[in-house]
Structures are given as structure tokens and as C-alpha cells.
Write a protein that binds this ligand. Structure first.
Ligand code: HEM
Length: 412
């Protein structure tokens, strides 16, 4: 670990290394130390891989305030920004700017290029095809051998097929697209595998964007091609945006599907409630609770303060790193009664699982719609579905940006 010159020696004892570990016996809960600290204060310092000590924001009120505060920036070029790792820090000036790393007007510009594709109308138009691909994949599971691994059989393919349809990837290329998208996601994938997959996708998407400049359709690649045609962005930037959407929306939704199945297997009464629900509002509420309870984004949304900010009895100084940790915020006992209880009928529980404010997840409606279809369909069509292993023994993704499962063996 690098030296700790940024903090006084007597303070170091109190500063835990981040990310923290979850407890083996509570695999769905945020790490015990984070919950204990959050019970006392809404933010505290943690030490990350480079020895720096950004603030970890864990309180529900504090996180909502800072998600919406223009005095915190997502610009990863600013000194003090808490990078995920050395690779991200060393490539910061090589990566094109994007919706994730821009503030203010620049961010609005990127964001506007995406929002058209994620309108209620476009998302709803995909509902029938999400139901169809879900049914096809469940047919294949039922026709195949037991046990089946739900991760490659259901969780990963549905979001990638849906995003490829939304982007406008021709059906004939969907398999290639899915293969590249999955490259970095297997248990033993290296950073090179992930980079090779992302590189192949960016190249593929750049070609598709060029095609759609000439021959536009009703899809996201055509929306981006229109901006390229108007001279607003380069083909490279457009391809980067499209690849970013895929990366942000693929593994996240897949993890949420797998973890939801695992969590519900421990709560048969709640599983039945979701399986038997016919009212779309009840299904929607159940999915919101699963998003709150599982809060899969586990290594925090990264920011840097550009002005001093007083919050939760502390002063965040300009230049301090800030990590917005949605899982403890979604388990904040000041906000939710019995936060550790998965209660699909919980009322009035708006969560921050998709973030909040300007950078709030662009794909939230799409992810919700997929979950509202995949989960009840799975439990209705395979009512005897059960896990092969006890939940505590499942291979959880402790080491990834988004929490999830590498494998989920089921039988029926
Ligand atoms: C369960 C599934 C998902 C979860 C939990 C999730 C979570 C999040 C969170 C917490 C953020 C906020 C980032 C920040 O404030 O720094 C975010 C942003 C984003 N998400 Fe998602 N997401 C999911 C699915 C999707 C899907 C399906 C898509 C698209 C197909 C998507 C695309 C994006 C994009 C483009 C952003 C950046 C928005 C911006 O910076 O303005 N996400 N997501």
C-alpha cells in the first residue's frame, strides 16, 4: 500500500480499508462495519488502494443530498478523484469523455443523446420481445439437463439481447454481440478479456453507426448516428456511448436477476407473493424492494468535491474524494423500518439503487421492465425451482464493481 501522508498517524487506526468485506452468513447485507458506522454517522473516511482517504457516504439523506449537489464532480481528471484502480487512473487522459465522467452542460449534451431511446414509449415497445426471449430461454432450460446454471441460461442473455435490440443490432449479429459482451464476465476473465470484448464491441458499433448515418431506423444507434451526421459528436464518441450503455446495463441487470432468485429462495412466502401477483403495481413494488434490498452497485459511485461542503456534521473539503455507497443508504434504519427484512409489500420506499439526481440511471425503466417480466415468469413457469447449493455457499462476486453471482445452479 502507498504511504499515508494525507492523514495524521493517530487517525489511521480508525480508517477502514475500502471496499469492506460482507459477512459470510449475511451475503445480501452490506458489510457489517459499514452498517455499524452508518448507524452512528452518515459519512466517514475510508482508505482505498492508493492510500488516499476519500469520504464514504452511507446515510440515506446525505447520499441523496450529494448525488444532487453540483459541488461534487464526476470528472475523473480532477486531483483527489478516488479512482477504482491503477488501470483506471493511468488511462484517464486516454479515454474519451462520456456521460459517466462529465458534469453540467457537457453531461447534459451526452445525456440528451441517450434519453430519446429510453423514453417510456420506446421501453414499453420492447415489453413483448422481452417476454418472448424470456419464454424461449425458459423453454430451453426446461428442455435441457438438470441442474441448470441460471447465469448463462437466463440472467446474462436476456439483458444483452434486449440491449442489442434497443441499440438496433441486426438479429444476425446478436450472437456475436452477446459473445463479446460476455467476454469479461466469466469468473476467471482477465482485464485483457474484458478490454478485448469492449474493443470488439466499440469497433462493431462504430461500423453500425456509420451505416445508420446513411440509413436511419428507430433505435439507439440511429439516434447517435443522427448526432454524428449533425456534427455534434464523432463516430468514436458515439461508439463509446453505445458501448457504455451496454456495459452499464448488461451485467447489472443480469446480477440483479440472479441475486433476486437467490434471495427469494430464502423467503418462500415472498417468492409466492411475486409468483402469484397479477396486479402490475404489486409486481412493480416487489421489484423495487428487490432493488433496494440487493443494491448491487457495491464499490460506490465515485466523485470529487470541488468546493467545501458541510454535511452530516462533517466538512468535506474541496479536493476530497467522495464515494457514494448506495447499499448502506438503502439499508439506513433512519429511513426504512427493519431494513434487513425483504418485504415485497413495503410501501413508500424510494431507494437509491439507481442513484439519484443528474446522473441517475438512464436505463432504470428498462431494467425495471425486464425484472418485472423475467422474475414472475420464471417462478410461474418453474414453480418447483430450487437451488442446488445452500445460499451461503454460492459463488458471490465479492470482487466485482457490481455484486452478483458467477453461477446459480438450479433444479426443479
Ligand atoms: C439493475 C440494473 C441497474 C442498476 C442497479 C443500475 C445502477 C446505476 C446507478 C447507481 C447509476 C448512477 C451512476 C452515478 O450516479 O454515478 C447508473 C447510471 C447509469 N446507468 Fe444504470 N443501472 C442498471 C441498469 C442499467 C441499464 C439496463 C442501462 C442501459 C441499458 C443502464 C445505463 C446507465 C447509464 C448510461 C448510466 C449513466 C447515467 C449518467 O451518468 O447520466 N443502467 N446506473
Amino acid at each position: 500500500m502507498a504511504d499515508n501522508t494525507v492523514i495524521a498517524p493517530d487517525e489511521t487506526l480508525d480508517i477502514p480499508d475500502f471496499p469492506l468485506r460482507r459477512a459470510a452468513e449475511e451475503p445480501f447485507a452490506p458489510p457489517p462495519l459499514v452498517r455499524a458506522r452508518n448507524a452512528e454517522r452518515e459519512l466517514f473516511r475510508v482508505r482505498i488502494w492508493d492510500g488516499s482517504t476519500p469520504w464514504l457516504i452511507t446515510g440515506y439523506d446525505a447520499i441523496r443530498a450529494l448525488f444532487g449537489d453540483p459541488r461534487v464532480s464526476v470528472d475523473d481528471r480532477i486531483d483527489g478523484y478516488p479512482h477504482w484502480n491503477e488501470a483506471m487512473r493511468s488511462t484517464v487522459h486516454k479515454r474519451p469523455r462520456s456521460v459517466f465522467t462529465s458534469d453540467g452542460d457537457e453531461h447534459n449534451r451526452y445525456r440528451r443523446m441517450l434519453t430519446k431511446s429510453f423514453t417510456f414509449k420506446r421501453v414499453e415497445a420492447l415489453r413483448a420481445s422481452v417476454q418472448r426471449v424470456t419464454d424461449e430461454h425458459i423453454d430451453a432450460i426446461l428442455a435441457g439437463p438438470q441442474p441448470a446454471d441460471l447465469v448463462p441460461a437466463l440472467s446474462l442473455p436476456i439483458p444483452s439481447l434486449v440491449i442489442s435490440e434497443m441499440l438496433g443490432v441486426p438479429y444476425a449479429d446478436a450472437e456475436f454481440f452477446q459473445e463479446q459482451a460476455n467476454k469479461g464476465m466469466s469468473r476467471y476473465a482477465t482485464a485483457e478479456d474484458a478490454a478485448a470484448g469492449a474493443g470488439a464491441l466499440a469497433k462493431y458499433l462504430a461500423n453500425l453507426i456509420r451505416e445508420r448515418v446513411e440509413d436511419p431506423r428507430e433505435d439507439l444507434v440511429s439516434d447517435l448516428a443522427e448526432r454524428v451526421g449533425a456534427g455534434d459528436i464523432s463516430v468514436r464518441e458515439a461508439a463509446q456511448l453505445a458501448t457504455g450503455v451496454l456495459i452499464a446495463g448488461h451485467e447489472t441487470t443480469a446480477n440483479q436477476i440472479s441475486l433476486s432468485v437467490a434471495a427469494l429462495s430464502q423467503r418462500p412466502d415472498q417468492l409466492e407473493l411475486l409468483r402469484d401477483a397479477t396486479d402490475p403495481k404489486v409486481i412493480a413494488g416487489a421489484v423495487e424492494e428487490l432493488l433496494r434490498f440487493l443494491s448491487i452497485i457495491q464499490t460506490g459511485q465515485r466523485r470529487v468535491a470541488v468546493e467545501d461542503i458541510e454535511i452530516g456534521g462533517e466538512t468535506i473539503r474541496a479536493g476530497d474524494g467522495v464515494i457514494l455507497d448506495v447499499a448502506p443508504a438503502n439499508w439506513d434504519a433512519r429511513r426504512y423500518p427493519e431494513p434487513d427484512r425483504l418485504d415485497l409489500e413495503r410501501q413508500d420506499a424510494p431507494h437509491v439503487g439507481f442513484g439519484f439526481g443528474r446522473h441517475q440511471c438512464v436505463g432504470a425503466q428498462l431494467a425495471r421492465m425486464e425484472l418485472q417480466i423475467v422474475l414472475p415468469t420464471l417462478f410461474r413457469r418453474i414453480p418447483t425451482l430450487r437451488l442446488v447449493q445452500p445460499v451461503d455457499d454460492l459463488p458471490f462476486k465479492h470482487d466485482a464493481l457490481a455484486y452478483g453471482l458467477y453461477e446459480l445452479l438450479v433444479t426443479w
